[in-house]
Design a protein around this ligand. Structure first.
Ligand code: DSN
Length: 445
């Protein structure tokens, strides 16, 4: 059967790798064991679905297919045309969009495509500051977004919520051509409707980057930007459980006139040929696989579990006395300000990793420490929910985090002492939790 042949081909690849390149094979195996045996609480991480992984490593990687279905610059695209159309239809169906482009190699390239095609160099953009929870591509000085354009940034109020008054004031006084909403470290729901009112008042495009919350949006657990923003970008690997890649979507504004036709037509040309060449067809197939799974009821259940586990963890940590930014969470993120514990984010990250708990250091509002040290940690529950952990398991994770953080003795911002007995106790408990909630579908790794 053809299916068997496909499986055999994948298996043959692993066997060849093992025989012909044992060093690399060993690295893959070690990474699988690392992931299996640790609690990944990195908010931008998740488990790529096994179907997506299969599509990624398929013969589709052999195909060159510049252009779009029905209009390629290469022959031999009959099947990949079907695959790309399927991915587009599934994206539109999942998000209720009128337009979807599944070719962007990442959300960063999707944002690059949008900004560089809709704006002129030097135009003003308004986005959330990286230090307040925004993304590099939303106007950071180290990214194209802050160097080719004139970036103005907004932040949060003292209670950790987006300062919509500030957004409105900055928009009114500086008249940006484009406003970006969406964040990498924001634990609450974003009011895309309010952003659109602000954008409309100054005649700006509104771009919503939902890379972190795409799954919650798809499941109806977060307000959708599709018919509120002019265009929406997302990556496909964080909360859609697909391959590392990006997408651009639009709803009722897809027919809006731009200097080069409708917004949808403009965006298609902006992806190819303006900013990308041939798409990664295997990645598009992997997106189709993930989007297909996201349309199933089980996906919404996982999304509910993501929010329940995040909520449980936030409450537990607050009960231990931690300063959880915004007083909790409304999505998958729990952001902890460790200032009063006098532990830097870096020390917390390292000590937790030593105990097999993986988080990332994160700056908090007004942080005096650099990003490489930071004063907080960001926790996300995508992966533990995918592994089937319940709210009570999430409370156990919070207990372990507290056990480590309350036991360690910081020695400055970079060093610390942690008793070996503490480390061993936590490691044992983490291994038990991981064994009870194995990573499914990746056993061949
Ligand atoms: N944007 C970074 C993060 O949120 O961790 C990487 O995806």
């Amino acid at each position: 059967m053809e299916d068997d042949w496909l499986s055999e081909m994948a298996r043959d690849g692993y066997l060849r790798l093992r025989a012909g390149d044992p060093a690399l094979h060993d690295m893959l195996a070690r990474e699988y064991r690392r992931q299996s045996g640790t609690l990944s609480l990195v908010a931008s991480s998740s488990l790529t679905s096994a179907s997506s992984l299969a599509a990624l490593s398929s013969v589709l990687a052999n195909v060159t297919a510049e252009g779009y279905p029905g209009g390629r610059y290469h022959a031999g695209c009959e099947v990949v045309d079907e695959i790309e159309r399927l991915a587009v239809e599934r994206a539109k169906s999942l998000f209720g969009a009128d337009y979807a482009n599944v070719q962007p190699h990442s959300a960063t390239t999707a944002n690059f495509t949008a900004l560089s095609s809709l704006l002129r160099p030097g135009d003003t953009i308004l986005g959330m500051a990286l230090s307040e929870g925004g993304h590099l591509t939303h106007g950071s000085p180290v990214s194209f977004s802050g160097q080719y354009f004139n970036p103005v940034t907004y932040g949060t109020t003292a209670d950790g919520l987006i300062d919509y008054e500030q957004v409105s004031d900055l928009a009114g006084s500086l008249r940006p051509k484009l406003i970006i909403c969406g964040a990498t470290t924001y634990p609450r729901e974003i009011d895309f409707g309010r952003f659109r009112e602000i954008a409309d008042a100054v005649g700006a495009y509104l771009l919503a980057d939902i890379s972190h919350t795409a799954g919650l949006v798809a499941a109806g657990l977060h307000q959708s930007p599709i018919n509120r923003a002019h265009l929406t970008t997302t990556c496909t690997h964080k909360q859609l459980f697909g391959p590392r890649g990006g997408m651009i979507m639009s709803g009722r504004d897809s027919g809006t006139a731009t200097p080069s036709g409708t917004l949808a037509g403009h965006l298609n040309r902006a992806v190819f040929p303006f900013s990308q060449g041939a798409p990664a067809v295997n990645t598009i197939a992997a997106k189709a696989a993930a989007l297909g799974e996201a349309l199933q009821p089980a996906f919404a259940q996982t999304m509910r579990l993501i929010t329940e586990t995040a909520h449980a963890m936030a409450v537990r940590l607050m009960n231990y006395g931690y300063n959880v930014v915004s007083g909790g969470t409304g999505n998958h993120i729990v952001l902890i300000d460790l200032t009063s514990q006098e532990i830097s984010g870096l020390v917390a990250e390292r000590a937790l990793e030593e105990c097999l708990i993986i988080v990332n250091k994160n700056r908090i509002r007004g942080d005096h420490r650099p990003p490489s040290i930071a004063s907080g940690i960001r926790i996300g529950t995508n992966t533990i929910a995918q592994r089937g952990m319940s709210a009570s398991a999430a409370e156990s994770c919070a207990d372990l985090i507290h056990f480590v953080l309350s036991d360690l003795k910081p020695a400055g911002d970079k060093n610390y002492y942690l008793a070996a007995s503490t480390r061993e106790k936590v490691r044992t408990r983490v291994r038990e939790l991981c064994a009870a909630h194995p990573i499914e579908g990746a056993a061949d790794l």
